[in-house]
Design a protein. Sequence first.
Length: 208
Amino acid sequence: MGVAIIYTFLTYEAVIERAGCTCYQSASTAGRDSKRNFIRRIIENGHYSVLEHAYATFRITGVSRSFTHQLVRHRLCAFSQRSQRYVNEKNFAFVEPESIREKTEAHELFEWFIAEAKNTYCKLQELGIKNEDARFVLPNAVQSEIVISANFRELRHIFCVRCNSHAQWEIRNVVLQMFRIMKKEAPSVFQDFLIYEEAAAAYTPFAS
């Protein structure tokens, strides 16, 4: 018997259902109204591996390098980020934490440091230093841009960890936005997650 490869474009629900039916050899039970119930059952049973066949991609802008340093720790994702090696950052935008901005002395110190960093970066360029080396003086506050692709199982993990109220404020705010999108666009997979007081997303097991 020769090898057969079946390739087709499917909705995320159909992809997950087909993967699961392959495991259980239950394709005959699949139908137009079966997908959401099937996904609910596999999540109830902890069969998360089939969720790895469905992906989502996000383009995130206006965030700090501090944020992206945290995000890329999720190793089961694909990332494409604004390059400080090739992009000239002499006029970089930056993210200032509210805790600094709301205190006059801290805010003034922060602004002075940012101005010094920009000035130093530009002087290094004038001395013939390439961007890839001049960037060593750039702070974590520098705004960046990143594209992330992740399978649905990994997104569930990211939401559990990063939407928690103990997570750092910037990554929590961004990932909460990602969570709201997935809750709307892929409710079958994320229906058992809830937002409490707009501050945290929590995993809530299905009622038995």
